[in-house]
Design a protein around this ligand. Structure first.
Ligand code: ZN
Length: 249
């Protein structure tokens, strides 16, 4: 019997690993199938048509066949290889971090078109020098948290739900700002300026980020918040975070 489980989807290669003598395993974050793992037969042979198609960060249109346990990569066409990101230590580290975030935050086969498009747009913007990398990454982190069920409540008190115009405290247990009356426990104090910037950043589309300009103190405050939620809500802490810290020093 012929199995007709063939899918065509746009995807970004987020991770790869050698497999057996000539094959490769690739993790794809796809538009239509969510995160999937596919085997690429003969990918390590020097003349393989899959060579460029299966490099980390490659964004393309892929055709995969669904087997019993794994997908098999059948065909592909590169849309943008993003290999330029690999030539710059900052861009390399930031783009690896984005891929690692997708890997740890998304369950297999969980489709999230908005998150997928955000990833692609963020890679495009990282590839240009139009936007402050830090803001780009923070914006992606906030959208990732939102799209994976950890949306931060910033317009209302996250305990009593009263509307608030600003706050100086983010609760780590209630996922959001706290009003003047509610208890400030298990959270982080944050300047009102950084709080407002965080709220603005969370709601701003990634392609409008060039409108935002923040000083380093505010960026650091926001980073503390997003890093906390990422490290505490996903399966493991992203390893590339340490690399990010290292290159910033
Ligand atoms: Zn309250």
């Amino acid at each position: 019997m012929i199995n007709l489980s063939i899918f065509e989807t746009k995807a970004v290669i987020i991770k790869t690993q050698d497999f057996k003598e000539n094959d490769k395993l690739v993790w794809l974050y796809t538009e239509k199938l969510g995160k999937i793992t596919a085997i690429v037969r003969g990918a390590k042979k020097s003349k393989s048509k899959f060579l460029a198609l299966t490099l980390p960060l490659c964004y393309g249109e892929y055709m995969v066949y669904k087997g019993k346990n794994l997908y098999t990569l059948q065909e592909g066409k590169i849309i943008h290889s993003f290999q330029g990101l690999l030539n710059d230590l900052y861009k390399l580290t930031y783009s690896s971090y984005l891929c690692e975030l997708i890997d740890i935050a998304c369950a297999d086969n969980e489709v999230n078109v908005e998150l997928f498009r955000n990833l692609v747009t963020t890679l495009y913007l990282l590839n240009t020098d139009a936007i402050d990398y830090e803001l780009l990454i923070r914006s992606f982190e906030l959208k990732l948290l939102r799209d994976t069920g950890y949306n931060l409540t910033l317009d209302n008190c996250s305990i009593c739900r009263k509307k608030i115009s600003s706050s100086n405290y983010i609760s780590l247990s209630y996922y959001g700002g706290i009003c003047d009356e509610c208890p400030k426990e298990h959270g982080l104090f944050i300047s009102k300026g950084a709080y407002n910037a965080l709220r603005f950043l969370k709601n701003l589309n990634v392609d409008k980020l060039y409108r935002l300009n923040l000083n380093n103190e505010m960026k650091e405050e926001i980073e503390k918040i997003t890093t906390f939620f990422i490290c505490n809500n996903y399966a493991r802490k992203p390893k590339s975070l340490d690399m990010l810290k290292f290159i910033k020093e």
